[in-house]
Design a protein around this ligand. Structure first.
Ligand SMILES: *Cc1c(COP(=O)(O)O)cnc(C)c1O
Length: 223
């Protein structure tokens, strides 16, 4: 088995205080998650509703599950009863559906708004202007069962560390802008979820509060 324990320790030891680790366990078996759990890891991230459902049912109940993938509105109802955070909200429509399903479960669900800064066109997320528009619209204020806790983004998948750094900086600037404009009184709008296996050390230098790391801990995914 892959050295989950050793890799997890290496990652955790390399994170500054205050930066939380979301261990991305998608496509990895329960035994890998259990190995990380045994070392004290409690936050795990998954990107497919069905896989998450099975893992949620079979693994310890004190795991905080983050949904990190693109979420279709018709899948929200399945994860709303138990998910801890939905990280990649990129439309008002999705936000409304999360609010509706959270209300049915008698919950308030923490979400992050996904920002699209990377140059790749295939990625999801709100452009800076779309983010500003969504917030300026104000409807989100009426959604009592979602709590917007910050922003999430993925940098371009490139080797050019200057480009990656510049994208994290843009994300940080945007975070500061919307924090000042819309969330100045909100103590919960504080998360900046950026940094994956190949770029998390740059991300934490650029102010990430939450890194999402899979491969470095669990090894390559077998699809
Ligand atoms: C898979 C995934 C990750 C983890 O990627 P690694 O390169 O394995 O660390 C992080 N964030 C999102 C949104 C993902 O889908």
């Amino acid at each position: 088995m892959y050295d989950v324990k050793g890799n997890l320790k290496t990652v955790v030891d390399s994170l500054p205080q205050g930066v939380r680790l979301v261990a991305i366990s998608k496509y990895h078996p329960n035994e890998y998650i259990e190995a990380a759990y045994a070392e004290g890891q409690r936050i795990f991230g998954e990107s497919h509703e069905q896989e998450l459902r099975v893992k949620h049912e079979t693994l310890p109940k004190d795991i905080a599950w983050h949904f990190i993938g693109h979420l279709q509105t018709n899948k929200v109802k399945y994860i709303a009863p138990y998910v801890s955070m939905i990280e990649a909200v990129d439309s008002l429509k999705l936000l409304r559906e999360i609010d509706k399903q959270a209300a049915k479960s008698g919950r308030v669900i923490d979400v992050l708004l996904e920002l699209h800064i990377a140059e790749e066109e295939t990625k999801y997320g709100l452009t800076p202007d779309a983010l500003r528009q969504l917030l300026a619209g104000g409807e989100w204020r009426t959604l009592e069962h979602v709590r917007i806790c910050g922003l999430m983004m993925m940098a371009s998948n490139v080797d050019d560390t200057q480009q990656i750094r510049s994208e994290f900086r843009q994300a940080r600037q945007l975070f500061d802008e919307v924090k000042a404009d819309y969330f100045a009184d909100s103590s919960c709008f504080c998360e900046r979820s950026w940094g994956m296996s190949h770029d998390y050390l740059i991300a934490v230098q650029e102010g990430s509060t939450m890194v999402r790391i899979g491969t470095t801990i669990f090894g390559p995914r077998v699809y």
